[in-house]
Design a protein around this ligand. Structure first.
Ligand code: OGA
Ligand code: MN
Length: 292
C-alpha cells in the first residue's frame, strides 16, 4: 500500500500481512501522520517502523496514543522489570550481575497471542529493538483473519460457537509463571480466561480465529480427545508459511502488531549473543463471538 496523504513511505512485506514504514520519527509524529500510521496498522496488522531512536518515555507516550497502556506481564521472578516504568517490559537474554535483566530471554518462543489468558487481553503490543544478534532471533507473525477464511466451510460451521480455555500458568517460552502450580492432573485445574474461538474484531467487524497458544488449550464444550483433535486440525491451517511474515530485526526497529488478529513466535538464537528489546502493550477488552 502507498499513502498519498502521509509524509512517509509504507511498503508491504509479504502477501499475508505486514508493512514497512520509513521516514518517520515516532517521538515527534504529527496527528495527521499518527492517523495514517493507525490506518496502515489496521490494514496490514503488523507495522515494522525502521530507524527509531527514542527514549523509554517517548516510546510509552507513542504507544499510549493507541489507547491506555497495560501493565507489563508478571515476570518469572514476580518483580517488575523497571519499577519506575511499570508499563515497560524488557525482553532480553542479557544477564547482569547474575540477574536476567528481562524476560522471555532464551531460545525459541512458540506461536502465541500476548496475554490471551487474561479476561481483557491487550489490543496491541509494541517491541523496540535496542540490541539484536546478526543471525537468529527472527520473529514470525501470522494473519488470523486469513487463517479463519482458509478453513473448510464444514470446519467453520463446527467451531462457530465454541469457546477455548487459555492457560495463564505458562509463558510462551514454556516457563511456569511465579505463583502458579506446575503440572495438572485434570484440565479443570488449568487457570486462565475463556474466549470464543471465532471472535469479531471490534475495529473491522471481521471474524477472526482466536487461539492464544496451543499448550494446555482446550475447547470447553468438547471432551478432551475431541478437543485435542479439533485444535490440532485448526492449528494446521493457521501457521502455514503462506499465511506468515518473517521479520529479521535491525537495531531501531519498532514493531507494532494487532494482538487480536495475529499470532507470533520467535526463532532460537545463539545465547552468546545479546538481544535486548523494550515492549509496551495497549489495554483491550474481551472480544465478542463472531457468531452466536
Ligand atoms: C513478546 C514476544 C518476541 C521476540 O515480547 O511478546 O513474543 O521476538 N517477543 O522477542
Ligand atoms: Mn509475545
Amino acid at each position: 500500500m502507498s499513502q498519498s496523504t502521509a509524509s512517509f513511505d509504507i511498503n508491504p512485506l509479504s502477501p499475508a500481512l505486514g508493512a514497512e514504514v520509513r521516514g518517520i520519527d515516532l517521538a515527534t509524529i504529527s496527528d495527521a501522520d499518527f492517523a495514517a500510521v493507525q490506518a496502515a496498522w489496521h490494514e496490514n496488522l503488523v507495522l515494522v517502523i525502521r530507524d527509531q531512536k527514542i527514549s523509554d518515555e517517548d516510546f510509552l507516550s507513542f504507544s499510549a496514543r493507541l489507547g491506555a497502556l497495560d501493565l507489563a506481564p508478571i515476570t518469572v521472578t514476580g518483580k517488575p522489570y523497571i519499577p519506575e516504568l511499570p508499563h515497560l517490559a524488557v525482553i532480553s537474554n542479557v544477564v547482569e550481575d547474575g540477574q536476567a535483566i528481562g524476560g522471555l530471554g532464551n531460545s525459541e518462543l512458540i506461536w502465541h497471542t500476548d496475554m490471551s489468558y487474561a479476561e481483557n487481553p491487550p489490543i496491541a503490543s509494541l517491541l523496540y529493538s535496542l540490541e539484536v544478534p546478526e543471525t537468529g532471533g527472527d520473529t514470525w507473525f501470522c494473519n488470523m483473519y486469513k487463517a479463519y477464511d482458509s478453513l473448510p466451510a464444514s470446519l467453520k460451521q463446527r467451531i462457530a460457537t465454541l469457546t477455548c480455555k487459555h492457560d495463564s500458568s505458562h509463558n510462551s517460552a514454556g516457563e511456569t509463571r511465579k505463583g502458579f502450580a506446575d503440572g495438572f492432573t485434570s484440565r479443570d485445574e488449568i487457570p486462565g480466561a475463556v474466549h470464543p474461538l471465532v471472535c469479531q474484531h471490534p475495529a473491522t467487524g471481521r471474524p477472526v480465529l482466536y487461539l492464544g497458544r496451543r499448550e494446555n488449550a482446550y475447547i470447553v464444550e468438547l471432551p478432551d480427545h475431541e478437543s485435542e483433535a479439533l485444535l490440532d486440525e485448526i492449528w494446521s491451517h493457521t501457521t502455514r508459511p503462506e499465511n506468515s511474515l518473517r521479520h529479521h530485526w535491525r537495531v531501531g526497529d519498532i514493531l507494532m502488531w494487532d494482538n487480536r488478529c495475529t499470532m507470533h513466535r520467535r526463532d532460537d538464537f545463539n545465547q552468546n549473543t545479546r538481544r535486548l528489546m523494550h515492549r509496551s502493550q495497549v489495554k483491550g477488552r474481551a472480544m465478542a463471538p463472531a457468531y452466536t
